[in-house]
Write a protein that binds this ligand. Structure first.
Ligand SMILES: Nc1ncnc2c1ncn2[C@@H]1O[C@H](COP(=O)(O)OP(=O)(O)O)[C@@H](O)[C@H]1O
Ligand SMILES: [Mg+2]
Length: 493
């Protein structure tokens, strides 16, 4: 640095002083703000405009204060500490950001005695394109963070868990208690009993509610990808399509809750790793030499019989005991029949706002009796799917047993409803023939659909006295199509 001045005449000290002086003046005049601190980063001087911008009507009020107390986010302390300039930087303020330059001030011995900062924003219009780019990127980042936070917030609260049967009240009581505690939660119960809903509610009711809730559906991810999904990977650490590296769900959930759905499907080696993370509260992403500390609360759920899996050696006993602290058993729907009416109406309400705006669907008494006598192997999810279909297929806002009966069992996927006859039989005999216990060999999906369609079309024809034209109009199907299907299915009008 000093070499650059070496060729100057003996008066160079004067030139240097003038250069510094005029530089300072130029910056001072043309910058948005100028600001000097001492070696302790306390304000020595600040110009009026700059002081005013940060809420000091009189610059004197700022003198002697710590720089951060005058200019939040100021990095002048770093400059006096390191003695190194920050030539160009962006300072966030509560108004628009400023482009700033920070230079250390040295004494003759080269010791840092303070620093001077200039805010250049207004006069450096050349920076505008850079700025608009920066602000756009910044805006996008903020929006992305917000939507991510939104997505990770709990979807359901305890209020979303409909049901006042003794069994449901007990489940809600246990879940509320679990929300107050920090230990792992294990949610057991058949598919569709509301385990995921409860996991959301527990997180949402816990002290971690404002932190992320991150879900991993163990059953939905191939075994080979699970480890990376959980713990992440350093860039280039594995030969997946994605070589950029990946942040694992454990790290994403830090401070919050990790919901491990279908944990019974977790491969044994990964169970061991999970157990270690739960014990040590830290882990190493694949191929990195980085230790990540994770403060994560675990909520695990499974529809599998975990003790049986433990007995069979397919689930680690030590992991099971670790998770089996606050265990909540979500009862199957058939054991809380008294909830069905409230559930059905809550769902119909939901479906009517979603699908056909304004329609209010009503269940006829026989429909309700039918719902209450059915076995619901798919539990609340199946109830919802069944009602969804009923709403879609129904011409009227009144849903009766006749409209519902053909749909029972279809929404569970196993096709157990096939083969029942809609016209005949009381609700209870229909239900008996559709519970899984009484189910015949499950048909394929296409067989089930064909059987349903045949029955549906026969019913429509019968209801219209065998008149194809009227039946076609009623069900909203083209006449030619209906004729073709009548022939294909061999339906006798
Ligand atoms: N008690 C309940 N009240 C209202 N909706 C429920 C209830 N239980 C389950 N559901 C609904 O049923 C469906 C399946 O629930 P989910 O929590 O995914 O079950 P699981 O995780 O046990 O398979 C979801 O649409 C959920 O909102
Ligand atoms: Mg589930």
């Amino acid at each position: 640095m000093m070499n650059d001045w070496a060729g100057l005449p003996a008066t160079y000290g004067d030139v240097l002083r003038r250069a510094m002086d005029s530089l300072f003046r130029t910056f001072e005049n043309f910058s948005e703000g100028t600001f000097i601190v001492d070696a302790e980063a306390r304000v020595v001087w600040i110009n009026k405009r700059y002081a005013a911008r940060f809420g000091f009507s009189d610059p004197q009020q700022a003198i002697g204060r710590d720089c951060e107390a005058v200019i939040p986010n100021s990095l002048m302390r770093e400059v006096v500490k390191t003695g190194k300039p920050i030539l160009l930087d962006i300072l966030e303020t509560d108004r628009e950001p400023l482009v700033v330059t920070r230079l250390p001030l040295k004494d003759d011995a080269g010791n840092t005695v303070g620093a001077v900062g200039f805010a250049l924003f207004d006069e450096l219009k050349a920076l505008t394109p850079l700025f608009s780019h920066y602000s756009r990127v910044q805006q996008e980042l903020i929006a992305t963070r917000q939507s991510l936070a939104q997505a990770r917030r709990a979807k359901y609260t305890f209020g979303s868990f409909v049901g006042t049967s003794a069994a449901s009240l007990e489940v809600k009581r246990q879940a509320r208690r679990a929300a107050q505690l920090e230990s792992p939660v294990l949610l057991l119960g058949e598919t569709g009993t509301g385990k995921e809903l409860l996991a959301h509610a527990i997180h949402g009711g816990s002290a971690r509610a404002n932190q992320p809730l991150v879900t991993v559906n163990v059953a939905a991810i191939p075994d080979t990808l699970l480890e990376v999904e959980f713990f992440g990977a350093a860039p280039g650490a594995y030969t997946g399509a994605d070589r950029k590296g990946r942040v694992g769900k454990f790290e994403l959930a830090n401070g919050g809750t990790l919901f491990l759905d279908e944990i019974g499907d977790m491969p044994l080696p990964l169970q061991g790793k999970l157990l270690r993370v739960l014990q040590d509260k830290e882990f190493e992403p694949l191929g990195s030499n980085r230790i990540v500390r994770a403060d994560v609360r675990i909520i695990a759920a499974t529809s599998a019989d975990l003790p049986a899996l433990v007995a069979a050696g397919r689930f680690r006993a030590d992991l099971f005991y670790r998770l089996n602290v606050l265990t909540i058993q979500a009862p199957p729907l058939r054991e809380r029949v008294s909830d069905i009416e409230a559930l059905a109406y809550a769902m119909l309400e939901d479906l009517s706002t979603q699908a056909r705006g304004g329609n209010h669907f009503e269940l006829q008494d026989d429909a309700l009796r039918l719902l209450c006598s059915y076995g619901w192997p798919g539990n609340v999810r199946e109830l919802r799917n069944t009602l969804e279909r009923a709403v879609m297929l129904s011409d009227s806002e009144r849903i009766d047993a006749r409209a519902l009966a053909p749909l029972l069992g279809m929404a569970h996927g196993a096709g157990v409803g096939v083969g029942i006859s809609t016209g005949a039989g009381t609700a209870s005999t229909i239900a008996a023939s559709t519970t899984p216990a009484g189910a015949a060999e499950p048909a394929s999906w296409s067989d089930a659909m064909a059987a349903f369609e045949k029955r549906f079309l026969s019913d429509a024809l019968r209801a219209n006295g065998g008149r194809v034209i009227d039946a076609a109009a009623q069900i909203g199907m083209g006449r030619a199509t209906l004729y073709k299907k009548i022939a294909a299915y061999g339906i006798e009008a």
